[in-house]
Design a protein around this ligand. Sequence first.
Ligand code: ADP
Ligand code: MG
Length: 140
Amino acid sequence: MAVERTLSIIKPDATRRNLTGAVNKCFEDAGLRIVAQKRIQLSRAQAEGFYEVHKERPFYGDLCDFMTSGPVVVQVLEGDDAIAKNREVMGATNPDDAAEGTIRKLFAENIEANSVHGSDSAENAAIEIKYFFEDSEIVG
Ligand code: ADP
Ligand code: MG
């Protein structure tokens, strides 16, 4: 298993409910290390750019509204097989389908306000990490 890095975002529904620490505990309990982290307010342009791949989806506008509705915590997680492991810890997009004990099962409000984002491939992880972090901000 290779050591990988993945981009995680704790979304506004979770920061609003003061769940940053609770979400981070899930990552750390799963063996993922938080090697970079900052709390930011996304601009509309940043949210639109980040979710560009979903531009044609009917929920794109609402998603960008939601992602700019409050602070987010952007993070780089590192560990063995970190990209797949994080997706596992996050749970399914829709909390109704998420496995017991996953972050989305525990904390998500609905399919949109689902508490966390995680990169879905090595290629996207590299792109998404660069979207928010300089190399010098990532300390493994
Ligand atoms: P994931 O975050 O699990 O990778 P997607 O990449 O498919 O899921 O979607 C990106 C985000 O868009 C989701 O995390 C969620 O916030 C939102 N979203 C996805 N599907 C829907 C939907 N049917 N209705 C509203 N929002 C959605
Ligand atoms: Mg996705």
